[in-house]
Design a binder for this molecule. Structure first.
Ligand SMILES: [Zn+2]
Length: 340
């Protein structure tokens, strides 16, 4: 992964720092090194005596950055404070990441349009750009339409399909791809994971660090149980929803968003199997014999799309059980074989 990282870094900087785009968007799943890339690039841009493509680590700018108080550096990220106040740590974790609010972007305007403190560049990393709400995204777009010289926006996103196309189109896209399966398995083995845990690799989109994170947060077991409820679903939505509800309550690591995401992956695989004869995520799980037979791929795909809506409201459902029943009904409808 290191060499790939260096290659990507080199390619980006191939034209020299002066030709670096002013808005970059790093996309790819969590755990592929985007954050390290951003950190390296930010340090390089602000360092006062860089050595090649690396910051010196000794100058005033490097010291400030190390202490997170460089005046020309502003890191924007989803704000989870509100949720902390409401329900403490547990709840924040269950709800997933927060949002990037418009006032966070507004504060940026004065930073971006007033001159730099050090006569040089200014750098604005924006982590999880898809977490911007509509107003924040529009506000950022206005800045990106005419980016002030010497300001660099480095956006990252691990859930790029939630990004506004207009944001994407303003940025140079830098994709971060997962390593080959063999290399990824090596990473897992090296980290001391049992071979049985390797089956989660495909589920995690091939990203080993994601599996490690799941393991660490205690997500592997509930995911396994969840998959069991999917491979042998009860035929009525209420009992399926009740099983899911009990699982969510007994497994604090599993959030409603995780659950929706997994049901989507399941539908995706069923559709893929029907259309292309292969699956992407549940490669390591035994397929229920009849699952693929007689299902209508179009219905499966539209159920997958419908679940996108569920995903949007999974953070703050009005009533968890009703939410789950509704979702179970959508799933079970899609799993009804079409009459031959
Ligand atoms: Zn330096």
């Amino acid at each position: 992964m290191i060499t790939k990282f260096e290659k990507q870094f080199g390619e980006l900087l191939g034209g020299g720092l002066d030709r670096l785009p002013h808005a970059m968007l790093l996309i790819g799943a969590e755990g592929l090194g985007k954050a390290v890339f951003v950190e390296n690039l930010a340090h390089l841009l602000l360092c006062e005596s860089p050595i090649g493509y690396a910051a010196c680590g000794k100058c005033q700018a490097c010291h400030w950055l190390a202490g997170s108080n460089h005046p020309d550096f502003r890191h924007i990220r989803p704000d989870a404070d509100e949720e902390d106040e409401e329900g403490g740590r547990e709840k924040t974790r269950k709800r997933g990441p927060g949002i990037i609010r418009i006032d966070q972007i507004r504060e940026l305007e004065s930073f971006v349009f007033v001159g730099s403190h050090r006569m040089g560049r200014r750098v604005v990393p924006l982590t999880e750009a898809e977490a911007m709400n509509g107003a924040a995204a529009n506000s950022l777009l206005k800045i990106l339409e005419e980016p002030p010289a010497s300001v660099y926006f480095i956006l990252t996103s691990s859930r790029q399909r939630f990004l506004l196309p207009t944001i994407r189109s303003r940025c140079r896209i830098l994709p971060f791809a997962a390593p080959e399966t063999a290399a990824a398995k090596e990473v897992l083995a090296h980290a001391g994971l049992a071979q049985t845990d390797e089956r989660f690799l495909h589920l995690a989109g091939g990203v080993p660090l994601r599996v490690l994170k799941w393991k660490e947060s205690g997500l592997l077991r509930p995911l396994q149980v969840l998959i069991e409820t999917l491979s042998a679903p009860s035929s009525d939505p209420i009992s399926l929803a009740t099983r899911w509800d009990a699982l969510l309550k007994s497994e604090p690591a599993l959030s409603l968003e995780h659950l929706v995401e997994e049901v989507q992956r399941w539908l995706f695989d069923l559709a893929q199997e029907r259309m292309a004869g292969r699956i992407r995520y549940h490669v390591a799980w035994p397929r229920p014999k009849a699952a693929g037979d007689g299902l209508d791929p179009i219905t499966l795909v539209s159920a997958w799309q419908e679940l996108m809506q569920f995903r949007g409201s999974a953070r703050h459902p009005l009533n968890q059980l009703l939410f789950l029943e509704d979702m179970a009904a959508h799933l079970l409808r899609a799993l009804r074989p079409v009459p031959a």
